[in-house]
Design a protein around this ligand. Structure first.
Ligand SMILES: Nc1ncnc2c1ncn2[C@@H]1O[C@H](COP(=O)(O)OP(=O)(O)O)[C@@H](O)[C@H]1O
Ligand SMILES: [Mg+2]
Length: 183
């Protein structure tokens, strides 16, 4: 689909959600359009999505013009809702650790993510719908993730899995989470 010549009528689209920066609709062709309040944020997010192209954990970005991005639709459930409903399984905790590892592999300076920006696909695979400041903010431990998991009563389970899977990383995290008052 050549989106630059594509005349999008939002009345034909399905409202998916709204965040701090933008509003998101599903297009008739199945992809989504995210319309940003500020072009600056649009450019930043598009550039991150382009940099991470090739990683299966992020939606493909197809096109961007002015204040919008056309990107791949991500199904599944928001991690927050998923944990509320199902708790945090061992596999999901491993998935989160792997996702943070993927951030590192992609050269992110921000090794952190909010629960509401992660979507759980039907097979348990984790997708990031909304990467922010991944290459500009400096954060070397999952502070927001831990804060979100704590609220959901799942932080202890997560850290227990981290301790068995990646003990060195666990020790680093525990020290930093203690300093942040989260454990
Ligand atoms: N690629 C996508 N596939 C499906 N739903 C999406 C997608 N991107 C965003 N959404 C929905 O739109 C909402 C707002 O999008 P988000 O990218 O988080 O905006 P913001 O940058 O303003 O936080 C999300 O909470 C989610 O419900
Ligand atoms: Mg968001």
């Amino acid at each position: 689909m050549d989106y630059e010549k594509f005349d999008i009528d939002l009345r034909d689209c399905l409202f998916l959600g709204e965040g701090h920066n933008g509003i998101v609709y599903r297009l008739p062709d199945g992809n989504v359009i995210k319309i940003f309040k500020a072009e600056k944020h649009c450019r930043r997010e598009y550039s991150i999505l382009k940099k991470v192209e090739g990683s299966r954990h992020f939606p493909k970005a197809y096109s961007s013009l002015g204040n919008y991005i056309i990107r791949e639709y991500v199904g599944g459930d928001c991690l927050k809702d998923y944990i509320k409903e199902n708790g945090l399984s061992h596999n999901m905790a491993v998935g989160l650790i792997k996702l943070l590892d993927e951030f590192d592999r992609l050269g992110f300076t921000k090794l952190d993510i909010r629960c509401r920006d992660i979507y759980v696909l039907e097979d348990g695979f984790l997708m990031v719908i909304d990467p922010k400041c991944s290459y500009t903010k400096y954060r070397d431990f999952p502070k927001h993730l831990a804060k979100g998991l704590k609220k959901l009563g799942a932080l202890e389970d997560f850290l227990e899995v981290a301790n068995t899977e990646k003990p060195e990383l666990y020790n680093e995290w525990i020290f930093k989470l203690k300093c942040a008052g989260l454990v």
